[in-house]
Design a protein around this ligand. Structure first.
Ligand code: PMP
Length: 466
């Protein structure tokens, strides 16, 4: 592919960095340097930057965009809403939206709305604590649940067999409430589901909630096998621990039923967001009526000026309707594109003799440099993150935007031409950078094999969550 000038984008980012710390709105946008493209227009699957370069957009609003840029039917629904009662507090869009959510997620007995995944997960934990009268939350290495003091970071650094408890914080973030992880949090790894059961047996009666991503999207796209999760869910029920599934990404990206459908488990509470509203800022807390009705009785507070705002509700209703039409044809289009993308990576990696591997789940594809094997521990190494970042940067230089670290989200706007574009870009990226990517992948593989050696601490940017 031709050389892509980036002078205007770079100039803009330099100016922005004197106004906006780091020239980014979130520390977790993958440590992109200031030479990344600044985007000015978008349509379908393509975006254009300030210098006039076109990119295939697989970043897709950090996974939020699922219908594609400027989907006409979605735009019409939003404009209709803007033209009626977009700024009322008690509108009449709630029931249609909640019914659409219940069709997609049969376990959504009751529903409340907020704006971000972070705040909704915080509310889910508050509910769980109120319901159980307990304080501590169990969660897992590699799983990301937003940037609150309690749910951000932590590590399961203990060797196998040792108690899976640690207060280590690989995000190294300062300003967190002192001792909060020690006091209120237990960490484990789903790479070892048996040890999780042991932990539940030992400490379960003190746990308010277990929080997990059904597929560990933020830890490299690794899914614990359903046969491992079922017993963990059962043990939670026996011990009265509230099982909170974080479906911020998986809820829609895994298709109707989300991760809970895939795993065949009924969470007590779950949280979703992102693609459910095609990237509009609105998130959903849903689950068991007996727990959720604590809000109704005022026993647990849930506040927010923008909660349930009409445009957000309409964005959810319209997205789910458009994804569901004709036997979920639009969702399947996005899934087919993801499947083809994963196949293409495999083929080109073999053709170019650069070890790459892919974890695909539904409409998301996580690319990795190296042989694998897929484990959360491998993807949590600094070496793996650097290798995957290099792969993403090489693809960006050839006209493909990925989400940090090297995650691709497909949309219903995907076309066969996108696949050709992607294949050409990957071939070019491996031609230019294949040797470096292969070397970094090998380092990551070796780092994983010697996990017992302490890792250097990744910075927040290298972590590339979000
Ligand atoms: N949970 C998961 C699984 C996520 O991926 C994210 C964000 N990427 C969050 C929670 C936090 O959501 P938000 O950024 O909307 O606060």
């Amino acid at each position: 592919m031709s050389h892509r000038p980036t002078d205007k984008s770079k100039h803009y980012a330099d100016a922005l960095s004197t106004l906006l710390p780091g020239a980014v709105h979130s520390n977790f946008r993958g440590g992109r340097d200031l030479s990344g493209p600044r985007l000015v227009s978008a349509r379908g699957t393509r975006v254009t930057d300030l210098d006039g370069n076109q990119y295939l957009d697989l970043w897709a609003a950090s996974g939020g965009l699922i219908l594609g840029h400027q989907c006409e039917a979605f735009k019409e629904a939003i404009i209709r809403c803007l033209g009626t009662a977009a700024h009322v507090v008690n509108g009449v869009g709630d029931i249609a939206t909640i019914e659409a959510i219940q069709t997609w997620f049969p376990h959504a007995e009751r529903v409340r709305f907020s704006l971000s995944g972070t705040e909704t997960l915080t509310n889910a934990v508050r509910l769980a604590r109120a319901h159980t009268g307990r304080q501590t939350v169990l969660r897992f290495a590699g799983h990301y649940h937003g940037s609150s003091d309690l749910l951000l970071g932590g590590a399961a650094a203990s060797p196998p067999g040792a108690p899976l408890l640690t207060a280590a914080d690989p995000f190294g973030t300062e300003g967190r409430a002192a001792g909060i992880l020690d006091r209120e949090c237990r960490m484990a790894t789903l790479d070892d589901p048996g040890a999780v059961l042991d932990l539940l047996d030992r400490e379960g009666e003190a746990l308010a909630a277990l929080v997990m991503e059904p597929v560990c999207v933020n830890g490299g796209g690794v899914s614990a096998p359903p046969e491992a999760i079922g017993p963990i869910a059962d043990r939670c029920r026996d011990l009265g621990i509230i099982l909170i599934l974080d479906e911020v990404i998986t809820g829609v990206r895994l298709g109707p039923g989300g991760g809970q459908g895939l795993l065949g488990i009924a969470p007590d509470l779950f949280v979703t967001g992102k693609a459910i509203a095609n990237g509009f800022p609105i998130s959903v807390l849903a689950g068991r009526a007996d727990i959720m009705d604590r809000f109704a009785r005022g026993e647990v507070a849930h506040g927010g000026t923008y909660n349930g705002y009409p445009l957000g509700l309409e964005a959810i209703r319209a997205t789910l309707e458009l994804l569901s039409r004709e036997d979920h044809a639009a969702w399947h289009r996005a899934e087919d594109a993801a499947e083809a993308l994963a196949r293409t990576v495999d083929e080109i990696a073999r053709e170019r003799s650069v070890p790459l591997h892919v974890n695909r789940f539904g409409t998301a594809v996580v690319l990795h440099a190296g042989e694998g094997p897929p484990s959360i521990a491998r993807y949590d190494t600094l070496a793996a993150r650097l290798a995957d970042k290099r792969l993403a940067t090489a693809l960006q230089a050839q006209g493909v935007l990925l989400c940090p670290i090297a995650r691709a989200y497909t949309t219903a706007a995907a076309t066969p031409a996108d696949l050709d574009w992607f294949a050409e870009a990957l071939r070019a990226a491996l031609k230019v950078d294949g040797a470096k990517i292969a070397r970094l992948g090998q380092v990551a593989d070796r780092a994983h094999q010697s996990q017992s050696h302490p890792q250097a601490r990744p910075t927040t940017e290298e972590q590339g969550r979000g």
